[in-house]
Every structure is written in C-alpha cells, then in structure tokens.
Design a protein around this ligand. Structure first.
Ligand code: FUB
Ligand code: ZN
Length: 621
C-alpha cells in the first residue's frame, strides 16, 4: 500500500503542540469549561481482552513481567521480607529505599488485573501469602509502612517528602484491584484501616500535612467509589486543597506543586509524576464535587502541558535534574528524561480529563502516551525496562533488568494489564468506546445489560467492528471516539439508527439497538509527516513520522546510513504489516526522490535488537 504523505504547514494554531503542528495533534486547547461530565469507565474486571495487539502483551506480562517483579521483590531485593520482618514473622533489618513498599503494592495490583485475563491459582496463592505479611505488619492503629516500622519508628510523619501517603495510596489501589479480581477482602480491609487512620489524623481541621508525592488523593477517591464512605472523598479533597498554603516544609514548593493553591495553577511545574497523580486526583474530585475551580485549573495546565511541554511520544518531564519540567519548549531528544511513570501518569490523568469533559481529545493524549511513551518502557521480551525514554540515542541507552528505584517496572506491571479498563465507559444512556481493542464486556447502559464486542486490528488498521447484544431491544447512544489523528472516516450499521452527529471527538449514533446489531467504523490511517513547533530548538529542521496513534523511529540496524538519513517533500511512504517483526508490526518504508530507502519501526519497539543509533526526528531537506 502506498500511503500519502501528509505534508506540513497545517499549523492551525488550535491544533498546535510543542512537538507537532500537523493534524496528528489533539484537536483544540481547552477553553476552561467547568462542565462536569459523568462518564464512568467499565471496570477492568468486566472486560475480556482478545486482541492481536494487546493480548500478546498481556500474555507476556502474565508469563514474564510479573515473575520478574515477584523475583525482584521477593528474592533479589527485600521488599517482601521488609513486611515479614516488620510483622515480627522473620528476623532481619529493613533493606532498600523508604518507598519500596509501593512496588509490592503495585505488583499486587498488576497481579489482580492480570488474573482477569489469565486466571492462575498458583499466582493468586502467592499474592495471598504476600498480603498476609502486609496485613500482619499493620500497627494496631492502622498505620502501615515497613520502612518507618523498622528504621525510624519515632520519626513517623516528620518528613512530608518521605512518601508515607504515597505508599498508602498504592496500597489502596492494589487492594481494590485485588478485591475486584478475586473477591477476597483481606487486603482491602487492611488498606481501609490505614485510610481510616489517615482520615482521623489528617482530615479537615486535623494536622496540615501535605503529601510530598501525590497518589493518595486518587486512591482515596477509588476507595470512596468502592465503599461509598464519603470521608475518603472528603480527605482527598482536603489534601488537595491544602496545597499551596505554606504548610509544606520544602525549599522548592514548585517541585511539589505546592507553590499556589491548586485552583490558581496556571502551569505545570516540578516533578512530572507527582503532577500527574495530583491532576488525576483533582479531576476525580472535580467530577464528584462539582469543583469548577479545579476544572478550570486543570484546563489551564492541560494547555500548558500539551502545547508546550509534551513530546511527540506523549512523554513529559524533559529534565533529569528534577525528573520534571523546565521552561516551555525545552524538549531535547537525546537528553529527554520522559520517565515511563510520567507517561503512565499522562494516561491516568488524560483518561480522567476525558471523563470530566466527555471529550475525545483528552483520550487522544492518553492514547499517544500509552502506545508510545509507556509501551517503550518495556522490552519485547517483557523482562527489561526503560526508566528514561529518549527520542534519540547514540546506541548507548538500553533497557535494564531492574532499577534500585523500581517505580517504572512496577508501574508497567500494573498499568499494562489494566488496559482493558480503558476500552469502554458508560454514562446515563450512552455507551462510549474509547480505546479500540479486541474485547468483550457486559455493561449496564441506562439500567439495562448490554453485551458489547469489539473486533479490530487497531493500531495497525483503522477498521473497528462493534457488535451490540442488549438483553432487550432498547434506545441508547453509541459513542465511538474519532481520534484526533484521523481525518477521513466512515461508518455503517446493520441496525436502524434514528440520528447521528459528531460531538467532542465522538461519532454519536442514536438508535433502538437489538441483539446482534453491528456498527463498523473505518478510519483512514495514512502516514503523517509531523513538524514541531518552531520554538522547539531541538527539532528545528527535523520531521517525524506517525501513523494512526503510533510514532515511528529509525534504528541503525535497519538503516546503516542513519547518520545521513533525511526526508523531503518528495519522499513517498509505504506502510506494510510485517508479521515476523517482534511479534508483528506495521513498518514504514520511506523512499526519497534519489531512490534511497529508510525503514521506520514503531518507536516503542526500539532497542529490542542489535544496539545502535536511533532517531525519531529526522533531518528535512
Ligand atoms: O518517588 C517515587 C518515584 O520514584 C517517583 O514517582 C519517580 O519519579 C521516582 O523518583
Ligand atoms: Zn518511574
């Protein structure tokens, strides 16, 4: 197939981003709308993934990545022993970093998600035994942190940067996921006791604690949804509102998003992952509490991130010095930090922005971060990881087995098997299909059960076939996301529809749907040539390639002449699926006017073969 090159200069200002000004950009900056939209995601535990792209990844996570993580936490490091020792069940001392408990919680969350698509009794039993240690390490008052229990018990809650609430947040998330996957509530009860302790000590009118690393906020909202206990939502809101009032004890409050009250935020600053988790919690609370001030602040920082501080890959946080942000348009390629956790954070935050506004452009960003900046974090074999995700390499940057600070592997470990939870959402009388993957689910729309099934070869092909099986024939809306990168699309339905429109990035179909109705969406997926904002010094005179949601790169192994590679307006592109390339991928061949060829591979697939140079941004002549 010869795909047409989309030539540049489409720089509609509203469609601009620091690293792309072509139509591959999100649709428009947010205008500060304060309308809350009540879209609810369909829980991962309700979604069976059966997809040619995602299932092999989920299999690898289940069969390899989780084992690596268990081995690292239980054998090669003392993360699990720390709990057993804190519980008095084993002799020894604490080993590791003060927030290592969080990796165990994330691992358990990953196991929970994985069990849905890969039931595994032995793995579940292993998880149960780890949970026994965790529960046994809990203090009588509900406090739980193996570092403080074993190292400096007298210094509990003396240092806001020591991640006690960060670890608690990951515990809550892991516990809820484990309950959903297995129905077992021991972990959930443990997490709940700690949350009750936090409410008692840090709620409104109590100690003015500012968590140095956000995470607890979004976890408390999840716990509120799980239990219906309003006090958890109250604490989340209180903790968010406490920021920016001088309670934080640090020298650089901007690093901790603590310089101004959150409703006054105009730009993103400091540590990227912390900011993502905070914004995720704010988006959750904005929906539930109608906090228009949060929504407006989030809209402002969203524009700042998307227009000035995001890489083409959806990665953020360009600097290694603060694991975060510097000044607008500072997006170096070789030195890019773009931590894997920050891309995961972008998916967490932008999927919530999508629900807050009911607007597909936010999910476009989540999708960009998932398929590029997140997936690059794990090797094809599932056992090596990137912490840092540069967009250029001299051949000296490689995935590693593990890291002393292992936040990224353990985050991948929980995020990847959770992708089924991003596929569908529901609102009052609508079914939303956000992330296209082969999958089936039973959802409740307007009080009735509806079986849904998606068949697709996305992200390599743009055809999506949705089959609906409502328990009884009834009227509701089907909302299919039309990604921002897609300019030409069409659809057909086997059923009768009473109306259709395009609204906020969705094709909305109204109809009285009956069993077996099929909607087929066809999205054109040409190769796009992408130009960065001229203010990005690092990308001056360069172009990148994207097809559908996938960003491409050149590797030396395919392009021995990579040092002199270039593209021009005369370059033609051919996209072809190669089943034997790292489990199958669509590769792009670029042919210059001089007949020279370049072979582009998906960015997320780089560094899986013979090491060598890699570039995303290619000279434009
Ligand atoms: O501090 C916990 C995690 O470790 C952060 O989210 C990462 O950036 C790394 O610093
Ligand atoms: Zn990380």
């Amino acid at each position: 197939m010869v795909a047409s090159a989309v030539i540049l200069g489409l720089s509609v200002p509203e469609a601009a981003n620091a690293q792309f000004t072509s139509s591959a950009a999100p649709s428009a900056p947010s205008q500060g709308s304060a309308v809350a939209f009540t879209m609810r995601p369909v829980d991962f535990s309700q979604v069976k993934v059966n997809d040619s792209f995602w299932s092999p990844i989920l299999d690898r996570v289940a069969n390899t990545t989780l084992d690596v993580c268990i081995d690292q936490c239980a054998v090669k490091t003392h993360r699990i022993d720390n709990f057993a020792i804190a519980a008095g069940l084993k002799e020894g001392k604490f080993e590791g970093i003060f927030f290592d408990d969080s990796d165990v919680y994330k691992m358990l969350e990953g196991i929970a998600y994985s069990l849905v698509n890969h039931p595994d009794k032995a793995l579940e039993a292993r998880a149960d035994s780890i949970i026994n240690f965790i529960a046994a390490a809990q203090h009588d008052d509900g406090y739980l942190n193996s570092y403080y229990t074993l190292v400096t018990p007298e210094k509990k809650w003396t240092d806001m940067d020591k991640h006690e609430m960060y670890c608690a947040g990951h515990m809550i998330e892991g516990a809820i996921a484990y309950y959903h996957a297995t129905g077992k509530d021991k972990f959930l009860n443990t997490a709940r006791r700690f949350a009750d302790y936090l409410c008692l000590n840090f709620g409104k009118g109590k100690r003015n604690w500012v968590p140095g690393h956000e995470e607890i906020e979004l976890a408390l909202v999840k716990l509120y949804h799980e239990t219906g206990e309003v006090k958890y939502l109250d604490l989340a809101e209180t903790l968010i509102d406490r920021r920016g009032h001088g309670y934080g004890t640090w020298k650089k409050p901007e690093y901790y998003q603590d310089l101004v009250p959150v409703s006054e935020l105009t730009e993103i600053t400091g540590h990227a992952v912390r900011a993502m988790y905070l914004f995720s919690g704010m988006a959750d609370v904005a929906v539930l509490r109608g906090r228009a001030d949060y929504t407006q602040a989030l809209d402002r920082v969203w524009n700042d991130v998307i227009l000035r501080k995001m890489y083409l890959t959806g990665g953020i946080g360009s600097s290694s010095h603060n694991e975060g942000f510097t000044v607008p348009y500072d997006l170096p390629n070789k030195q890019a930090y773009a931590e894997t956790c920050a891309s995961i954070g972008m998916a967490l935050w932008n999927s919530r922005m999508n629900r807050l506004h009911g607007d597909g452009k936010y999910f476009d960003v989540a999708e960009r971060s998932i398929y590029n900046g997140t997936l690059s974090g794990i090797s094809y074999t599932g056992d090596h990881f990137f912490y840092v995700n540069p967009l250029e390499s001299a051949g000296d940057h490689h995935r590693q087995e593990w890291f002393g600070c292992a936040c990224c592997p353990s985050n991948l470990d929980r995020f990847l098997p959770s992708v089924g939870g991003y596929a569908y959402a529901v609102s009052d009388n609508a079914l939303w299909v956000n992330m296209y993957m082969g999958s089936s689910a039973n959802v409740s729309v307007g009080g009735s059960d509806v079986g849904v099934k998606v068949e697709t070869r996305y992200p390599w092909e743009g055809e999506v076939r949705l089959t609906l099986n409502p328990s009884k024939s009834r009227e509701f809306e089907v909302r299919l996301r039309i990604p921002g990168w897609c300019r030409d699309w069409s659809y057909k339905t086997s059923g009768k529809i009473s109306g259709s429109r395009v609204e906020r990035g969705y094709l909305v179909l109204n109809g009285k749907w009956k069993k077996g109705d099929v909607v087929t969406l066809n999205m054109d997926m040409p190769v796009e040539v992408v130009e960065a904002d001229p203010r990005v010094e690092a990308d001056k005179g360069l172009r990148a390639i994207q097809r559908g949601p996938i960003v491409y790169c050149l590797e030396e192994i395919d392009n021995p002449g990579i040092a002199s590679a270039s593209l021009s307006s005369g370059t033609t592109f051919t996209a072809a699926y190669e089943p034997s390339f790292l489990g199958g991928a669509t590769l792009i061949t670029a042919r210059g006017a001089d007949g020279k060829e370049l072979r582009f591979i998906p960015y997320f697939d780089w560094d899986n073969r013979t090491p060598g140079r890699m570039i995303v941004w290619v000279p434009w002549k």
